[in-house]
Design a protein. Structure first.
Length: 141
């Protein structure tokens, strides 16, 4: 299967339906840790029958918790979208877990000047690195 990393444009962001502003009060139930890392987000899966490539964009991880993450991305993503993500961490604390694959649901989207902030809730999914993710985050708190 071929994967394609695309540059994001405002035109591709399309309609802003479903984009909301962050609440003034913190609603997160777990501690969050500020961090920076590259995150690859699979916006659409490839099709092995037609040979269509997956649509993958790179964005920036801003902070994490055991159950979620906040990313900076250059396009709107509809609320409720389930995404496959791969976070690439660097540094001595990460050990053997430099790239972790997780699955998350878009819970909120906030439009900034020329990018979007997106909050994701991470699922306990089969065949992902969610356990390693939680251990990594616990080690950083």
């Amino acid at each position: 299967m071929t994967r394609r990393v695309t540059a994001m444009t405002e035109k591709e962001a399309g309609s802003l339906a479903g984009v909301r502003t962050l609440p003034s009060k913190e609603l997160r139930g777990e501690l969050r840790v500020a961090t920076t890392a590259a995150v690859f987000v699979e916006l659409s899966a490839g099709d092995p029958i037609t040979g269509e490539a997956a649509s993958i964009v790179m964005c920036r991880l801003l902070d994490v918790s055991a159950a979620g993450m906040r990313i900076r991305i250059d396009r709107a993503v509809p609320l409720g979208t389930i995404l496959s993500l791969c976070a690439r961490f660097n540094g001595p604390k990460q050990g053997n877990h430099s790239s972790l694959r997780v699955v998350g649901e878009v819970r909120w989207v906030e439009k900034q000047d020329n990018y979007y902030l997106i909050g994701l809730f991470l699922y306990e999914s089969f065949d992902t690195d969610i356990t390693a993710w939680k251990l990594l985050i616990a080690d950083q708190i």
